[in-house]
Design a protein around this ligand. Structure first.
Ligand code: NAD
Length: 264
């Protein structure tokens, strides 16, 4: 028995075990039939790579109140607080490697079935797994810019400075404070990424929604947009979420265990 089934057995009656395996067979059928698959991913897909999500038990929000650490207002008032949290998150991200869920999506793309990934993650793990078409709605930890002169910084050099205690990091040209490209609460989403995401939602025939609580808007509306445009939706998540009703099939379990089963 896999860990997934163990998880299910721990929380649900035996009939749910049957249901899960039946649902996996059905999801696999949808994947093999689909021609234009899109994945919509959140922090949960990277949990098995060692990066905690935000809202689950033990997640980042338990220690860092988002109102205090992750809004654009709090950043402008006190960037040191943001970078203190950022330092901890980035230390974890730098050690992380793509897990089997990321790799399954890379395989779907190289097989010519996946037309793109829309991600809320900033961890770069889809690209590390080999995916080429990745739309990042919330930015990428590897990019930062100066809030004064707007010069851009790419790569992990900023994080090395932060890791050595230089918080907040400052611009080498004008001395302004650097802001990570990661989108904070209260900031608009990048227009181009949002337009690309909408385009993917409109042209996909199967959306795999993986490891997201679908509680951050407007990103959380995208699976519904795909559904309204005629796509089927398969949801892979460890726990029930408010927007479960958007899904044709719900697979409750760990993404790293379920994805290989429906893709291979
Ligand atoms: P979230 O924390 O709100 O929800 C994560 C969901 O994933 C939860 O419902 C949880 O049950 C589920 N989950 C946890 N482990 C799982 C697993 N192994 N397999 C399948 N599902 C699992 O995250 P969100 O919806 O992505 O929204 C939070 C915001 O947090 C996003 O904007 C994102 O930018 C940011 N974030 C990103 C990272 C990252 O880049 N890895 C990490 C933490 C937070």
């Amino acid at each position: 028995m896999s860990d997934t089934e163990n998880n299910i057995r721990g929380n649900h009656p035996i009939s749910s075990i049957m249901q899960l395996s039946e649902k996996i067979v059905e999801a696999k059928r949808l994947v093999s039939k689909a021609k234009r698959i899109t994945a919509f991913t959140g922090a949960g897909i990277s949990v098995d790579s060692g990066i905690p999500d935000f809202r689950s038990e033990g997640g980042l929000w338990e220690r860092f109140d988002p109102h205090e650490y992750a809004t654009i207002e709090s950043f402008m008032q006190n960037p040191t607080k943001f970078w203190t949290m950022g330092r901890e998150l980035v230390e974890t991200i730098l050690k992380a490697k793509p897990n089997s869920a990321h790799k399954s999506l890379a395989k779907l793309e190289s097989d010519g079935k996946l037309i793109g990934i829309i991600t809320q993650n900033i961890d770069n793990l889809h690209q590390a797994a080999g995916n080429k078409k990745v739309v990042e709605l919330h930015g990428n930890y590897l990019r930062a810019y100066c809030i004064e002169c707007k010069v851009e910084y790419v790569g992990d050099a900023i994080h090395q400075r932060v890791a050595s205690g230089i918080i907040p990091p400052k611009c080498e040209k004008c001395g302004g404070v650097l802001k990570s490209e990661a989108i904070l609460f209260g900031e608009p989403l990048p227009e181009r990424a949002m337009a690309e995401a909408v385009e993917l939602c409109r042209s996909t025939d199967l959306m795999l929604v993986i490891g997201t609580s679908l509680s951050v808007y407007p990103a959380a509306y995208l699976p519904q947009l795909a559904k309204n445009s005629g796509s089927q939706v398969v949801l892979v998540n460890l726990e029930g979420i408010n927007r479960d009703s958007v899904a044709d099939i719900i697979l409750r379990g760990r993404a790293s265990e379920i994805l290989p089963k429906i893709v291979d």
